[in-house]
Ligand binder design. Structure first.
Ligand code: DGJ
Length: 695
């Protein structure tokens, strides 16, 4: 019996039997005998059940009587080894946790489960084929049990330009399943789920969260069995025949990452944020405010215009200039050119150097867009190597945005793309790469025509890792038609995600709120877009756009040369405001407060960042829709230091008319939590910003 103590939770593991079983994951238990925890929770024999109930282990076994979805599925070609039952072979302590090796001598399989606990619970499993015939793996899905009272779910729905929408679901009984076959993390089903006590909120209730740190196909299951036991299961979704383990071969799962808080969702999500912040790749220097050229010029690349855009951007306080799609090969629109990673002489007759030199002379960094995993049939690369496409022979390939996926699991295709990108980065002064991925996998046939999404995801990681190793000074952004590849797998090799192609500030309020449940603000790309959103047609004031985008890694994505003088001044003020608060925004604890509702629908969102020492805070209240009452309820701020006095000031947003009567009041943390401050009447789609400093 192993008792692990983490930052916010304890885990008790029974490692004495076949596959380790988590008997408790939740509130700290203190200095106790963990054996009694297991005894107290022992499940009795039921009248119609098996004499010994099958445990919900880290990889639950049908072969041991588990009645839910087995953690390991597969078989040998003879049909055997389909329902293994493992016996423990070795239990070894590892830093922060334990590794348990289990073997099934009948099925001739070895299972290794590694579990560590710190800010987060991390579980990784590996299955190896010990036999002398191939083992066809169908799935290996680590499983985390939950207590009976975790009977409400928070899941995430989404689609392009509407990612990360939180959805509450009662979970009295039965199961909820989300599967993704898009070959990327997906807009529709990011592998993230929370469960908690009924009605759990941002600051109350017990909450457990589970995320799969993986950028490919996946399956996420929340299941409640007829005996009342609950579990969350997360793993890679494998297509039929996709992973076959030859004798001696093994397969390892991505990490399943768990978080827990006894005090609501906000604190639970700090676990994910702290894990991100502890990664070696996590950026340490201030996040440069960037200008992205996409919604400013689209494919209309013209060096003189881009240079003027850069000059204007620099004068506004922008620190990084990112040249988006359209600079290479025959890429004059979105139907051609992908794969031809050489600077187009048609639009850049003197190469990119003059533009880069201009950008650098303005004191800005230069960034560039690529989509390395793709190829257009109308490209030199495809004409030379049609066999490199990730398609299934015998079928007409299915294009998406006029493009196909390139089979990066092929050594020749991989080497070609690696060399092309390596040359691009070696030959130019590039500090940042926006790495896009715009076509979902469909009939993605790899070597021999078999399913290739698994190998492709690993090849994507390898390619990015190799480029990072060759160009350690370059930062990378993960983008997939916006927020289609946001996960803690890719964030082990990227400094930013493009959260959504939607720059509409109203939509962004929900998208960023959802994304903030996984990633901290400094990783979350958030841009001030044009006054009229290109993806929704809505109009928003600069104050509202700035208030929304400032809670991320700020960017500007509009034609800054088309702004009039007043608008330019406001934009410069917004950038400077972000730069002023950036140290706090990008280091503190993200806080969210429960939405103000109008019936069932949210009408107001409040969120902010508290400094780790709780001596400073920045908080926004946003009126997303017209409220039920003229005034929103007072904004209460739990979680500051009760006895500490705070000077509360309204931060004037450029162009805003919102006015808070109490400006300059000093209130204690206890007052702020108990009664809070009365927010003024606000128009829908506007907001107000407060800064709190300890006095
Ligand atoms: C999709 C991305 O999400 C956009 O930001 C932009 O880079 C386009 N692709 C370019 O094709």
């Amino acid at each position: 019996m192993i008792h692990l103590r983490g930052a916010t939770s304890d885990v008790v593991v029974d490692a004495a039997h076949g596959v380790p079983v988590i008997v408790h994951w939740g509130a700290p238990l203190g200095d106790v005998d963990p054996t009694n925890t297991a005894r107290a929770l022992g499940r009795p024999h039921l009248p119609v059940g098996l004499d010994v109930p099958g445990p919900t282990s880290l990889v639950p076994e049908h072969g041991s009587g588990f009645q839910g979805r087995p953690g390991l599925t597969g078989h040998r070609h003879s049909g055997t080894a389909w329902a293994p039952r493992f016996a423990v072979e070795a239990v070894t302590p590892v830093e922060g946790g334990v590794e348990v090796v289990s073997v099934d001598p009948v099925a001739e399989l070895r299972l290794v489960c590694t579990l560590t606990l710190g800010e987060v619970l991390r579980v990784r499993t590996r299955v190896a084929n010990l036999g002398d015939t191939p083992y066809q793996l169908s799935g290996l899905h680590p499983t985390l049990p939950l207590p009976a009272h975790a009977s409400e779910l928070l899941t995430f729905d989404g689609r392009w330009i509407r990612e990360f929408h939180p959805v509450r679901r009662e979970w009295g009984s039965g199961s909820w399943l989300a599967e993704d076959r898009s070959g990327r993390t997906s807009h529709e089903h990011p592998p993230l789920v929370f469960a908690g006590t009924p009605g759990f909120g941002e600051w109350h209730g017990e909450v457990w969260g589970v995320h799969l740190a993986w950028s490919g196909n996946h399956s996420l299951l929340a299941d409640c069995l007829p005996d009342g036991s609950r579990y969350l299961q997360a793993g890679e979704l494998l297509h039929p025949g996709e992973v076959c383990l030859e004798p001696g071969a093994d397969y390892e799962t991505p990490d399943v990452v768990g978080v827990y808080s006894a005090e609501g969702l906000t604190a639970a999500t700090w676990g994910f944020h702290r894990m991100c912040r502890s990664l070696p790749v996590h950026p340490e220097r201030p996040r440069p405010v960037l200008l992205n050229t996409w919604e400013a010029v689209y494919f209309d690349h013209d060096t003189a215009r881009l240079e003027a855009l850069a000059s204007t951007a620099a004068a506004l306080g922008v620190e990084r200039f990112v040249l988006d799609d359209g600079w290479f090969g025959g890429r004059r629109d979105d139907r051609r050119g992908l794969g031809d990673w050489w600077v187009s002489p048609d639009v850049y007759p003197h190469g990119l150097e003059p533009l880069i030199a201009h950008v650098r002379s303005l004191g800005m960094e230069f960034g560039i867009w690529v989509e390395p995993e793709m190829v257009n049939p109308d490209s030199d690369l495809f004409r030379a190597h049609p066999e490199w496409a990730l398609v299934t022979p015998g079928y007409e390939p299915l294009t998406g945005r006029g493009q196909l996926v390139l089979d990066l699991a092929r050594a020749d295709a991989f080497a070609h793309v690696l060399e092309a990108l390596d040359r691009l980065l070696a030959d130019h002064d590039i500090a940042f790469v926006k790495w896009d991925m715009n076509r979902k996998h469909a009939q993605a046939g790899g070597a021999g025509g078999g399913a290739g999404s698994h190998a492709q995801t690993l090849a994507f990681y390898r390619l990015l890792d190799e480029l990072r190793a060759r160009h350690p000074g370059v930062e990378f952004e993960s983008c997939a038609s916006g927020g289609g590849r946001v996960d803690l797998g890719v964030l082990q090799r990227a400094e930013r995600v493009w959260t959504s192609d939607c720059n509409d500030a109203l939509e962004r309020q929900t998208i960023q709120r959802g994304a903030s449940m996984l990633i901290p603000p400094e990783l979350m790309g958030a841009h001030i877009g044009p006054a009229r959103s290109h993806t929704t047609g809505r109009m928003h004031s600069l104050a509202f756009r700035a208030l929304t985008a400032m809670f991320g890694h700020l960017g500007v994505e509009l034609d800054v040369m088309a702004l009039d003088e007043a608008e330019s001044e406001q934009l410069a003020a917004a950038i400077s405001l972000h730069r002023r608060f950036r140290p706090l925004l990008h280091s503190g604890d993200v806080v969210r407060f429960d939405p103000v509702l109008n019936g069932q629908a949210p009408a107001g969102f409040a969120h902010g960042v508290y400094s780790a020492d709780r001596r400073e805070a920045i908080v926004a209240y946003v009126q997303t829709a017209s409220g039920l009452s003229l005034l929103p309820p007072p904004l209460r701020l739990p979680g500051l230091s009760c006895d500490q006095g705070y000077l509360v000031e309204q931060v004037p947003l450029p162009g805003t008319w919102a006015h808070w009567e109490g400006n300059g009041l000093v209130l204690s943390g206890a007052q702020l939590a108990a009664h809070g401050i009365q927010v003024p009447h606000l128009n829908p789609e506007s907001g107000i910003l407060f800064h709190l400093t300890a006095v």
